[in-house]
Design a protein. Sequence first.
Length: 888
Amino acid sequence: MRTLFLNILLTLALAVSAFAQQEKVNFNADWLFHKGSLKDAPLKHDFDDSKWEKVHLPHTYNDQDIIDDPIGYYRGEAWYRKKFEVPTDWRHKKVSLNFEGVAIKCEIYVNDHYVGEHLGGYTSFYKDIEGLLNFGEENQLAIKTDNSENLQFTAPPVGGDFSMFGGIHRNVFLVTKNKLYFDHNFYGASGVFFQNTGLKNNKAQFKISTHYRQELPFDRQVLFRHQILDKNQKVIWKTSVDKLTHSGDISHWEIDSKANNIQTWSVEKPNLYTLKSQIIDAKDNKVIDEIEQKIGFRTVSISQQKGVLLNDEPIKLQGVARHQQYHHQGSALTDDQHQKDMLIAKDLGSNFVRISHYPHSPEIYKACDSLGMVSWSEIPCVNWVPFGQPFLDNSRTMMREMIYQNYNHPSVIIWGYHNEIWQAHEEAVLHAKAMEQISKQTDPSRLTAMAFQGTFLKNYKGKLGEEIFNVSDINGFNVYQGWYQDTYKTIDAYMDSLKSYSPNKCIMLSEFGAGADPRIWSAKPSIHDFSNRYQVDFLKPYLATHQESPWMVGYSIWILNDFERDSRKDAVPNVNNKGLISTDRQPKDAYYFVQANWSKKPMVYIEGAPMDTVVAVTEGNTFTVKLHVYGNGDKVKLRHNKESISELVLKQREVEFDIDLQKGWNKIEAIDVQNNCGYERKIFLKTVKSNTQGIEIPTEGLAINIGQTDRYFKGNERWLPASAFADDHNFEILGGEIYHQAYKGNPALRVREGIFDNIFNSDDDPMYQTFRWGVEALNMKLKTGKYKLTFYWAYPFKDQKNRPLSQAEIAWGEQDGKVATSEDIFNLRINGSLEISKLNIKKEAGVLKALEKEVICQTDKNGYIGIQFEAVHGQAFLNGIKITPMGK
């Protein structure tokens, strides 16, 4: 049955064209999968694969182990098998498998025969299989994939702050052609390449290069025909060349030409044309091979005086970087998901996408073409350049594959090849020069770029540093002032200092960003609190810096989407939270702030994405909060529960206002006065009364985060910070302080409330990462009665021993050191009664593992509950507490 559906598709494909010059059948369905090495390779027809997993492509075998609690993920071999039949009509055809991406290395076998291999997980390739097929019978396809870590010494990527997903994570096609064809084996590309060479007054100059193969058993006279068609299918230019092709030819030819009255491709008007290329039999005029590709007429150049010029007009690049990942799918996205990401970027107001840190699916490039977003595409040479010829040779191949496969996309204006190389050692400089040479020789019509980490500039001094800053057209800098080091308030001066490293070349903000967990909201945002508001505050000065400086050519926010990265230590474990949208593509407040700054489409937005329900401790029925409105108009009208409250002027695309929330539902509206568009946010205020009678705990309980000053939203539960009771005499914490951890970029500053480490056995990392260290007592006055107290702990400190520093740690400037933790043991008393004796969190639960303990207690006659933490050895601490009433 597995072969039946494919056979139907193949029959339909053959019926499409009378000449059947080229057919392409989607090959994604009905695969069998096994993770792990096998003693006997599963190549033969009778191999028992009955226990293998059934999968459909795209597929990765790291979609789950990247995001689980244990550090590390599977990096090794895996196998895919598929049975299929091909019709006897194909016996004299060219039959190939086209893989859009297999990570990171693969070997292909058909009917127990080795076909070939491919190294590099992010570019397309073809494998010809017609000589191994059983026509009219069942065939067996087996593919071994490998994402082993040891591959990094022979081919990029060596490292990087992203996970190396393994598997057939992009589409696969079965392709048939006649045996005189445009050469798909020329770096896995189309075989026909269009290059813009000049543009003036709607007159375009261009070059077309044609690569072909002749595998017929005889010579044949043919006509090569190229036509350019407009959107209405009208031919605006054509040429034909007669050639006698010889059996065994692997050849190419070029033509320079011009076209008049063309419409240019630009970000405002992405006019696309169709380049239709044909090989035609000179005898009977039948089409032997035919391909159609979208092209655009545009030029790109750069100067320090004018910056980047598109069609001789300056353009300030403003956009986002993007990783090929989706929520719990890893790198195995559908075509539709790729396309929607680019629609989201365009709706943001982007005119630019940094396709990082490797070539993405062909759908990304197509979408950029049609939507009007220019792009920077790069190979995955990240962090380090190993010594040795294999790495250099494989980098050259990757560079050529990327360029040729995306040659005809007008949206691509920059080829890239280095990202955050830690040191300017000799091999890195030689590698950069080699990639630059390939780029300019292969495609002189585009710019080139490298991205440097601003923190590592101390490693780029001297002659080698000076050389590497003079290689590419653009020196990008990945800058995180205000996140990994220092403050965002000095970004203008910092950019001036970066320019001193690159006096002869234009520079760019190739990355900048701050993490935000959609569950965290703060009225007083601070560095590394992962609040939505801090992410917005961080972006403000970056978006404004050097707007008028032509040598600062653009901005690439890191990053469009949150992405999953094993062992990442952020508020959400194994996720880099710097995205403007979440892993499942839910916009954060920062998305709308950027949209207000970049988009020309009228918009207005009220911040507070996680605040659909607010819990407030108050004596009355109201609670005042400060909210921000983002918009690209001049003024906004504000309404609360249909009543007008004010009309405010937007300054730098935002305005702040106070709103007195009323108990129950609140409808807040912001209306753009000029453009008559609006936004509505509904907030439910749940009040917790606190008066002389004590705190009235709601029936569902009250959750309090002892160790931070931010609000944490988890599903239907709201965690109040202990600071919410700062002026409340009914709630008192004695002893200790909120723990702050220094970050490696700021060793002298205790910049974050809590720790960065992932917490096991819970998804509530923001609560368990924060704690009060040295706490002695917690006193509460409640309504008289019985209560269940749930205590939350996670022991925060790991034992660390002396060890060699990694290259990354050396680059960050870290020092060798030893941190040893003591045993922290304490008693827990409630109203004087010993409830838990000699509690050792580290011993009972382990390090960085969530632990809950419940105690049922009664208030004293005055409604008080006094909790004492008696240190037996070391210190007592507490992460959180939940108080739930249990009646009288």
